[in-house]
Write a protein that binds this ligand. Structure first.
Ligand code: SAM
Length: 306
């Protein structure tokens, strides 16, 4: 019996109850290399785990994000013939694009393939690393999409990463980036437990070179312009979190708390404190979001290759 069979039962019951079922493939899930409770890619700066619990969270998050963003993309992409999703995670976003554009070839690129569900026939996974350059010719795709890599791409690597994404975008094609704000001031009003989690997480994130000061939030559109794109647009999507904001707020609160829990083992190891201490802080933070009626913010930016 593979190890993740048992792990699945231990992942959050609340999240599991609301998640679509997905089956892992034993042959595509390598063995864990680091912390006992979760599996991380120790050789990468990426802060989140790569395991079944995270596959389920990312699928859950995809449906929440699609509702928050009111769709799968914002750019006016027309009828793309080739679509690339970088850091595709479970591939759910790319699967949906493949269904929406059955005439298009859709490619999901990630460090690892994690899901074994049969993909749409016009979808293909390619292993790759945005930090090492993309394995595609110049001008290959009509639509290039990258979502939620703020804990994967160190801040000083962002300008080159966006240039690389622009390189593979075809003239007339679109490049879209979607991130959660890295500006702690966008988490407002903020209570003491939330502030405490940010303090712990941002120290570990900073050590890995990630932005925790909102530089990325303010620069996404600038990176697109510096990469030579035109018709650049930037949108801030203000998002209430917590049950006080209805079902969507409640789902987003659950997703953020699960993401924070997923980051906890390396943070606890770094500070040499029990993981449970951080889990308690996270639960407290969730209560604060309800009592303070907290908002958070996504940022999307897109541009067109001339
Ligand atoms: C937070 S998940 C987001 C997944 C997906 N974009 C979504 O929105 O559901 C980040 C993904 O980026 C991938 N990733 C991390 N570092 C990467 C790198 N250097 N190159 C390509 N993918 C990377 C991770 O494996 C993970 O699947």
């Amino acid at each position: 019996m593979p190890w993740w069979f048992f792990r699945r039962r231990r992942s959050s019951p609340a999240l599991a109850a609301q998640m679509p079922k997905s089956k892992p493939a034993a042959e595509t899930l390598p063995q864990p290399r680091s912390h006992d409770s979760r599996r991380y890619l120790d050789e990468q700066p990426y802060m989140l785990p790569k395991d079944l619990g995270e596959v389920n969270r990312l699928d859950f998050q995809h449906y929440v994000l699609r509702a928050v963003l009111r769709g799968n993309y914002l750019a006016p992409i027309g009828q793309p013939r080739r679509i690339l999703d970088v850091g595709c995670g479970t591939g759910q976003w790319a699967f949906e694009l493949a269904h929406q554009f059955p005439q298009a070839e859709v490619i999901g690129l990630d460090l690892e393939q994690v899901k074994a569900t049969t993909p749409p026939p016009n979808y293909r996974f390619i292993q790759g690393n945005i930090l090492q350059g993309l394995p595609f010719e110049n001008n290959s795709f009509d639509f290039v999409h990258q979502r939620l890599l703020f804990l994967a791409i160190p801040l000083n690597a962002w300008p080159d990463a966006v240039k690389e994404l622009a390189r593979v975008t075809a003239p007339g094609g679109w490049l879209e980036l979607v991130e959660l704000s890295t500006d702690p001031n966008d988490f407002a009003p903020i209570g003491p437990a939330t502030r405490e989690f940010f303090r712990l997480a941002s120290q570990v994130a900073t050590l890995r070179g990630f932005d925790t000061q909102g530089v990325l939030t303010r620069s996404l559109d600038l990176y697109l312009r510096e990469a030579g794109l035109i018709n650049v647009e930037r949108r801030l999507i203000d998002t209430p979190i917590g049950g006080w904001a209805g079902r969507l707020g409640s789902l987003l609160s659950l997703d953020i708390r699960e993401a924070w829990k997923a980051m906890t083992p390396p943070i606890a190891a770094y500070f040499k404190i029990p993981e449970q201490e951080i889990y308690d802080t996270i639960e407290q933070a969730g209560k604060e979001w309800d009592s303070l009626q907290t908002h958070y913010c996504f940022i999307a930016a897109y541009g067109q290759k001339p």
